[in-house]
Design a protein around this ligand. Structure first.
Ligand SMILES: [Mg+2]
Length: 187
């Protein structure tokens, strides 16, 4: 089978990592409960930043957010490694900005994710992911972001949603924990 995965906040806990970095950079100590209560993808509000300030903060921090020690969701790495060992095709589809694509691919390999030549797609906009998902004819695709998931309503691919505080309204099969993924696709 062909499996496609978003990276940020699907396989790795990027926003929580960024939240931690924001606390350090801003000299604050905003609690993780504020993070878990967020109803949007953006994380700046608990730090008292406006949307414009938050955008500047995010974009100026990307190198640190992406390439330091962002934690992988428990079970995600082992799940993808198991899929590869079973002979499945694994694809990554991330809308990280183009200038970070090659370094992201290298970072994923360094973490131990199975990355096959030609299976790493990066640098598109959120709404452009659907074209890649269709052209690859993926059997399964996993993402967290409502703006992406809304574009996937008419694809034949089985779309699975990685559970997050900001996507509770999206009516799709919901992955709470990576340890449950193989059971989910075998149902
Ligand atoms: Mg994502």
């Amino acid at each position: 089978m062909k499996f496609g995965f978003d990276i940020d906040d699907t396989l790795i806990d990027l926003r929580a990592h960024a939240f931690d970095l924001y606390n350090k950079k801003l000299g604050k100590n905003v609690g993780i409960e504020a993070f878990h209560a967020l109803q949007r993808v953006e994380i700046h509000e608990p730090f008292g930043l406006s949307d414009a300030e938050g955008s500047v903060m995010w974009n100026s921090s990307l190198e640190d957010i992406y390439f330091t020690d962002c934690p992988i969701f428990e079970g995600a790495l082992e799940t993808l490694q198991a899929l590869q060992q079973e002979g499945h095709d694994i694809y990554y589809i991330t809308s990280r900005p183009k200038q970070y694509c090659e370094k992201t691919r290298e970072w994923m390999i360094a973490q131990g994710f199975p990355v096959t030549e030609g299976h790493f797609f990066c640098g598109m906009q959120d709404h452009e992911k659907v074209a890649t998902i269709k052209s690859l004819a993926l059997d399964v695709y996993v993402d967290d972001k409502p703006a992406v998931l809304e574009t996937l309503q008419d694809v034949e691919t089985e779309v699975i949603l990685k559970n997050q505080s900001y996507n509770q309204h999206v009516p799709l099969a919901r992955l709470y924990h990576w340890h449950g993924f193989l059971d989910m696709i075998n149902e």
